[in-house]
Write a protein that binds this ligand. Structure first.
Ligand SMILES: [Zn+2]
Length: 63
């Protein structure tokens, strides 16, 4: 029997994962989600994530 596993490309690490969260049409895999939660605001990565998320909001507003 063929197993149906839907894999989606994570918008942050660009790996195809089957587990993660959706923010609008944006998919974030579980490991990236954890990274975002663990990242401190003074961390350089934090602004990277925030910018990524801002882009999603912009895109959904215009579509
Ligand atoms: Zn990811």
């Amino acid at each position: 029997m063929e197993e149906r596993i839907t894999r989606e490309e994570c918008g942050i690490c660009h790996n195809s994962k089957k587990e993660g969260i959706h923010i609008y049409h944006f998919f974030i895999c579980q490991s990236c989600e954890r990274k975002i939660i663990e990242t401190q605001p003074e961390d350089e990565l934090y602004s990277y994530f925030v910018n990524k998320l801002k882009q999603i909001n912009k895109r959904t507003q215009y579509s």
